[in-house]
Design a protein around this ligand. Structure first.
Ligand SMILES: [Zn+2]
Length: 337
């Protein structure tokens, strides 16, 4: 791995919903009970990387008396400017989804080396389930013989996909989805939006505030709107699955499938409870109501299962033909009407 990865700039912040976890880690650290490896577990988009980065800054900070990183010492300055030489942020190489064995070997070398600033060496491995089997096995060796004063922070969005032998060697920090009132208030402040807008946005991203923030910045809100127009047009017979599949196959298919799944869940909610206020996709209420009225529950469940199956395969890094996959799902979608 390029040495510059060690200088990866990370911004620090403690989000209010991370206070309990932050308190726990701080106590472990202050009482000299911090283990060599923590696994930070929670869904994507709640700010685990920021949290890990705050832990890294805490243990690298040279002022050991302060309650949190001092932001003054040489270490903190390095951390917040060019990047700290004793911090290593490991992610999959650009354009690939997996963390490979060579990357983990570099990491192990780093953890065994002497810290340049005389304190801890910290690795943030982002995310644990991205390691392929040989990478995970290589990491096990490091976990069995961690260097002195080394801290490995493994992030995980899907703990079920992490090798049990790895999990058993790490202390687990669970990070639940933030309370909605807290997350809504935070989003309102960040995006200067009203309470209703924040609640709708949060609902679309399943309660993950950082994902809500990124939703606008990464243009995902626009992609979602565009995809939903496409889905509506298919139902109205204005376009076909075969026309749209190659267009959407170029987009983030995991996102598209998660949105499609959430629409199907909403249709089921309407059929079972019949209350529009329970919908995640309030902005699509009209189309959803029409589908709830006209489609058979069985077909909806079948399609929802299929979408989930494909999503699971994609998350497990299988590499299907995206266009064919989308064609199949969009044809089934059309059949709902
Ligand atoms: Zn400091």
């Amino acid at each position: 791995m390029d040495v510059s990865a060690r200088y990866h700039a990370l911004t620090t912040a403690i989000y209010p919903w991370f206070e309990p976890q932050w308190k726990k880690v701080r106590q472990l650290y202050r009482s000299d009970k911090l283990p060599h490896a923590l696994i930070i577990n929670g869904v994507q988009g709640i700010g685990k990387l920021h949290f890990a980065s705050s832990i890294a800054q805490l243990v690298l900070c040279q002022d050991k008396s302060a309650e949190k990183a001092c932001n003054q010492c040489r270490s903190c300055q390095l951390f917040t400017s060019s990047g700290h030489p004793d911090l290593y942020h490991l992610t999959p190489d650009e354009g690939v989804e997996q963390i490979k064995v060579d990357q983990v070997r570099d990491l192990s070398g780093f953890m065994q080396s002497t810290a340049q600033q005389g304190g801890y060496r910290v690795v943030i491995l982002d995310v644990a389930e991205a390691m392929n089997i040989s990478a995970a096995n290589a990491l096990l060796k490091t976990l069995e013989e961690p260097g002195d004063k080394s801290l490995l922070l493994l992030l995980s969005n899907q703990l079920g996909q992490v090798m049990p032998t790895i999990k058993s060697r790490c202390q687990r920090i669970d990070c639940p989805i933030p309370p909605s009132s807290m997350a809504e208030k935070w989003l309102q402040e960040q995006l200067s939006m009203d309470a209703a807008g924040a609640a709708q946005l949060l609902s679309v991203v399943h309660g993950a505030p950082l994902m809500g923030l990124g939703f606008k910045e990464r243009g995902e809100q626009a992609l979602r709107a565009d995809f939903f127009v496409g889905l509506k047009s298919i139902l109205q017979g204005k376009t076909t699955a075969i026309t749209l599949a190659p267009i959407y196959a170029k987009k983030d298919i995991k996102l598209l499938l998660s949105w499609m799944y959430s629409l199907l869940v909403d249709i089921t909610k309407l059929q079972v409870i019949g209350v529009e206020s329970a919908l995640v996709n309030q902005d699509m209420a009209k189309m959803l109501a029409a589908l709830a009225k006209r489609s058979q529950s069985k077909r909806i469940y079948q399609l929802a299962d299929k979408v989930q199956g494909h999503r699971a395969a994609l998350l497990a890094h299988q590499n299907p033909n995206k266009q064919l996959l989308l064609e199949e799902l969009l044809i089934d979608w059309k059949k709902l009407m």
